[in-house]
Design a binder for this molecule. Structure first.
Ligand code: NAD
Length: 725
């Protein structure tokens, strides 16, 4: 089979065209078929070397090359690390032979070249790409907890210099289109169409037939110097002390191991010859691949996302649907944001509020966002106008007559929502999907008063809607599979990420998020230094720390949600215990410190300059109590993970994909953990190890960390979820 993966065609001028075309897959990846085919190909090139003028490397697929094989990468363990190292070295040796063939090799890049795909191209002597802004080139390994270990770090550092290679390309894994990549010196030449690619590559080879240097990489020439210098050159060394700070700024405090490994591979590799540098790079990728972080990140950002994109959360047997027009009820903060996102995705919107002025104000929000986009050159005025034209403000329910779906975002008031839905039901077609953006009202209770509860579903967007990618879809007791499938379709049409959860107080995301902010308040009440509380969270990888989040949510809303939970518990004949965290929040509210919107909370918000922690927090509650930094970080992660387990136990969650993706994209659970479900199962010692550590935390910090009997039983079985989506 291997001979089919790379077609070998030599023309009468001696130019060999290699066309990569995996017969068993839609895209080319670094699988066994590739490795065997590349080996054969290079043997043949070397054998026929004297008859060859040059080599063109291209692909018959839509993409040029998709990169490494993530299933293989995810399965590397400390025990198999040695084998993996050898394999990586084998793949790299092949590329090195191609690079040192002594004949010019040109990459004719017809489509996306990401990760291993771009690394193959970097091993050639000249890179030509189609000038299509949709084509993506880049090294996104960092987003999977890895590093470009196929020569990517070593070659890019030698081409661009350490700084330029690290920032953007290696540390942030930015993807660029061919024109932008050419500006950065990664692509050498552009052509207008795919058809022009191979002829242009052949033309370049012909032009350079007598130029021996065309087949030699700069780093294979004696005396080659890395652009911008290395740590041993004085100019570079002078900048080196600022590196860690820049790195932290670039990575916004995320504690992932891979950026550090990438930086080490780049800096260490810059001080030695190419082949030694390449081996250093292999050592680092092996270490990362065998570690827990990459396993978790590959799970979340590749396999979990793939499960969502391929429709595995979608009930089977329902035909895919699209909407032409949506009706949005309420043009406040959320309604206006949803209208913007829908219109941007090409959907017509009827944006209804009580008054036409109110609805127009909601449309004004889109105007503002679009004006900014035009100003930044991300959209043309014509594109912005087209999007705005899709939004029709209205104060008349009759205007909703033709919509395909309704998304309600009026005030959080049960009776108001009831009135609004009965008004809408009288106007819209009988099969229109009815969605509510409520953040706290149980979907089952709302659907009871509609005439067709099966078509009623929760669609929980996050604020600010234009930036937040997640939408939590909540099934009420009576919601049908068809409605669930249609809700997923709408969310995807709006280009957001859907997760599916069951009904319950706070659904999934708010319920779990509440435990994080309360844990921050609890630590404060214990006397822990507020700055320490915040820093522990940021350094654990949370995008925002708990006391700051408490201010964002507002202390009064937190109190209100708590009061509702207490009422519900009382109705069921139980009582919720109040902890020191809740009491501290009450005291703060009594002191008039209600949160950011009120101008004062855990932080002061001066008119000028950034917010600062309220100095009296330390004076009132600080006792100098010391909690080890790692314990505090574990408290945040565990309190959220344990609540996630509670959601599984209660049936609010049924799949690990929704738990992970909802945790990362909705409530900032640190991405390097792979999300709350993976955090539990990937913990050292597996789920049993997680349960053991939770018990330790419970012994030291309180019963809220005690795993439930259900979870303990699951840990004994070794699985969190029976059926994973
Ligand atoms: P908001 O106060 O900004 O907007 C509510 C809008 O509804 C107002 O413009 C009001 O005029 C309008 N409205 C009231 N009665 C109406 C009626 N009969 N017909 C049409 N419009 C009417 O509120 P918001 O923050 O946008 O929240 C809306 C909903 O979204 C609430 O259910 C809230 O719980 C939920 N939610 C809010 C957030 C958030 O972060 N703010 C996040 C997720 C969900």
């Amino acid at each position: 089979m291997s001979e089919n993966m790379i077609r070998y065609e030599r023309d009468d001028e001696g130019i060999v065209t290699l066309t990569m075309d995996d017969p068993n897959a839609g895209a080319n990846t670094m699988n066994d078929t590739y490795k065997a085919a590349m080996d054969e190909t290079i043997n043949r090139l070397e054998a026929e070397r004297e008859e060859i003028t040059g080599v063109v490397l291209t692909s018959a697929k839509k993409t040029f090359f998709a990169g490494g094989n993530l299933t293989d990468l995810q399965s590397v363990t400390p025990e198999t690390a040695g084998e993996f190292f050898e394999e990586i070295e084998g793949i790299k040796a092949q590329l090195r032979r191609l690079e040192q063939l002594g004949k010019p090799v040109v990459a004719a890049i017809n489509g996306a070249a990401l990760g291993g795909g771009l690394e193959i191209a970097l091993a050639t002597h000249h890179r030509i790409a189609v000038d299509d802004p949709k084509i993506k080139l880049g090294l996104p390994e960092v987003s999977l907890g890895l590093l470009p270990g196929g020569g990517g770090v070593t070659r890019l550092v030698r081409m661009l210099g350490i700084q330029e290679a690290l920032m953007g390309w290696l540390l942030q894994g930015q993807q660029r289109n061919p024109a932008a990549a050419q500006e950065k010196g990664v692509i050498d030449q552009l052509v207008g169409t795919r058809e022009e690619l191979v002829p242009a590559a052949k033309a370049w080879i012909r032009e350079h037939a007598d130029d021996e240097t065309a087949a030699v990489k700069p780093w294979d020439v004696k005396g080659h110097k890395i652009p911008g210098g290395t740590p041993s050159t004085p100019r570079f060394a002078a900048n080196l002390p600022a590196f860690p700070a820049n790195l932290r700024k670039t990575l916004k405090g995320a504690p992932t191991k891979s950026p550090r490994a990438i930086m080490s591979a780049a800096v260490e590799g810059s001080q030695v010859d190419f082949d030694t540098a390449s081996r250093i790079e292999s050592r680092y990728i092996t270490e990362l691949a065998a570690g827990r972080e990459s396993t978790a990140m590959i799970q979340a950002f590749f396999f979990d996302m793939q499960a969502i994109n391929s429709g595995r959360l979608r009930p089977e047997g329902v035909e895919k649907s699209t909407v032409g027009t949506v009706g949005i009820l309420g043009a406040g903060m959320m309604g206006a944001g949803i209208a913007y996102s829908a219109a941007t995705a090409g959907i017509d919107v009827v944006l209804k509020d009580v008054s036409l002025e109110g609805a127009q104000k909601g449309k004004g929000y889109s105007e503002k966002l679009l004006a900014k986009q035009v100003e930044k050159g991300r959209k043309t005025q014509a594109q912005a106008d087209e999007i705005l034209d899709r939004i029709t403000p209205s104060a008349d329910a009759q205007d909703l007559a033709g919509v395909d779906a309704v998304i309600e975002a009026v005030f959080e008031d049960y009776d108001l929502k009831k009135t609004v839905f009965s008004e809408v039901e009288a106007v819209v077609a009988p099969d229109v999907l009815l969605c509510s953006n409520t953040s706290t009202l149980p979907i089952t209770s709302l659907q009871e008063f509609t005439s067709r509860p099966k078509d009623f579903i929760g669609l929980h967007f996050f604020s600010p809607v234009d930036k937040m990618k997640l939408v939590e879809i909540i099934r009420g007791e009576q919601t049908s599979d068809e409605a669930t499938a249609r809700a997923i379709d709408i969310v995807q049409q709006i280009r957001k990420i859907p997760i599916v959860v069951g009904d319950g107080r706070g659904f999934y995301t708010s319920r779990v998020f509440g435990t994080l902010i309360l844990e921050g308040a609890t630590a404060l009440a214990e006397g822990v230094d507020p700055q320490f509380i915040e820093r522990a969270a940021t350094q654990a990888g949370f995008p925002a720390p708990p006391l700051a989040m408490l201010d964002e949510v507002s202390l009064t809303l937190t109190q209100h949600i708590r009061a509702e939970a207490e009422k519900a518990a009382a109705a069921e004949g139980t009582t919720l215990t109040r902890g020191p965290g809740e009491e501290l929040i009450d005291t703060m509210v009594e002191l008039g410190r209600k949160g950011r919107a009120a101008g004062a909370g855990m932080y002061d918000y001066p008119a000028e300059g950034p917010k600062v922690l309220w100095p009296q927090l330390r004076e009132r509650w600080g006792t100098g109590a010391e909690v080890p930094f790692e314990d505090l970080q574990d408290r945040y992660l565990f309190i959220m993970a344990l609540e996630t387990a509670g959601c599984f136990e209660d049936g609010v969650l049924t799949d690990a994909v929704s738990a992970n993706i909802g945790g990362i994209f909705g409530i900032g659970f640190p991405p390097h953990t792979g999300g709350p479900a993976t955090f539990m199962t990937n913990y050292e010692g597996g789920l049993a190890g997680f349960v053991a550590r939770a018990n330790e935390l419970a012994d030291t910090y309180g019963e809220r960390f005690r795993p439930s009997a259900w979870l303990t039983e699951r840990a004994a079985k070794g699985t969190l979820v029976d059926v994973s989506a």
